[in-house]
Structures are given as C-alpha cells and as structure tokens.
Design a protein around this ligand. Structure first.
Ligand SMILES: Cc1cc2nc3c(=O)[nH]c(=O)nc-3n(C[C@H](O)[C@H](O)[C@H](O)COP(=O)(O)O)c2cc1C
Length: 161
C-alpha cells in the first residue's frame, strides 16, 4: 500500500506536522512526503493526505503567502495546496484525508483542512477521516506541545476502507 503526504508550509510548522504524519503512516504504508509546490503525482497511490496552513480562514492564496513572507516566512514559489488540488487530475475514487495548522485561540479561525476536504470531495475523492487541525501559538509558530505526537497518532489511525 502506498501513501502520499502533500503539504504546504510557510514557517515550517505544517512541514513538521507532515513529517510526523509520514512517520505515523510508515507502519502501514510505503510513504512519499512532498511539498505541494513540487506537484507530486498521485498515480498508483492508495491514500492521499494533504495539509497546509490556515490563511484568512481557508487555504492560502498568493496574496496571503506574500503577507506571510512580509512577516518573516521564506519565499515560496510553485504554488501551495490550493494550486496543487486545482491542478491535480485523476484523484476520483482515491481515499483521502486532510489536515491543517491554525492558531490556538478561542476566536473563530477557519480551517484550511475543511476547505481542502470539501475540494477533494468535489474532485471525487473518498474522504476517510474528518478534517484535522494542529495548533500553533502564533503566526510563525511554534506548534503547541504534543502536536507532532498527536499527528503521528492521527495518521497511524487512518484507514482507507
Ligand atoms: C496571511 C496569514 C493569514 C492567516 N490567517 C489565519 C487564520 O485565518 N486562522 C488561523 O488560525 N491562522 C491564520 N494564520 C496563521 C497560520 O495558520 C500560521 O501561520 C500557520 O499555521 C503556520 O504554519 P506554517 O509554519 O506551516 O506556515 C495566518 C497566517 C498568515 C501569514
């Protein structure tokens, strides 16, 4: 069984979660981990897991990524999760799950994972888990204590059927 984990990350927090998810999946799958900007192919994959940072209540856009760079993130080219999903044909029927990072606050934050999940459904994917969020303490991070361990566990529990 093969799993593909595709992530977008501006400050490195979602990348750290994606690595933990890849580790969690490694018990049951041959795992490939890839940046969305690399536009990895999902051909031959049994489970697709995608994630990115929540920006402006949703998946990032060019303008929000530019804003992140102004706030100290490294330059990003090649697009993010939104562009990856928009450019990915042939996902119909594929088992999929989504995650994001977002700020730990009592105010409404939105969720990139929920938006990505809706998009995957529209593309015909079989979504196998609720959208999952992992929390950062601020725009640049860090992740809250325990979030990478939680990500590993979440991923280990993902089933394609
Ligand atoms: C332009 C911009 C908009 C953001 N909007 C939101 C938001 O609507 N809700 C939220 O919880 N976090 C928001 N954040 C914080 C991001 O979720 C946070 O930077 C991200 O989780 C860090 O992940 P990364 O290190 O992988 O980029 C925003 C950050 C930026 C730069």
């Amino acid at each position: 069984m093969k799993a593909l984990v595709v992530y977008e990350s501006m400050f490195g927090n979602t990348a750290a979660i994606a690595r933990a998810i890849a580790e969690g999946l490694a018990g049951g799958y041959e795992v490939t981990l890839a940046d969305a900007a690399a536009r990895p192919s999902a051909a031959g994959v049994d489970l697709l897991v995608v994630g990115g940072p929540t920006h402006a209540l949703s998946m990032s856009r060019p303008a929000t990524r530019a804003d992140a760079v102004k706030q100290g993130a490294s330059e990003h080219s090649g697009g993010g999760l939104r562009e990856y999903l928009d450019a990915s044909p042939g996902l119909a029927g594929l088992a999929a799950a989504t995650f994001d990072t977002r700020i730990d606050t009592r105010y409404p934050t939105g969720s990139a994972a929920r938006k990505a999940r809706r998009k995957l459904r529209r593309l015909g994917c079989r979504v196998v888990a609720p959208a999952e969020s992992f929390r950062v303490s601020g725009t640049a991070g860090p992740l809250l204590d325990g979030e990478t361990a939680r990500a590993r566990k979440w991923a280990a529990g993902l089933r394609v059927a």
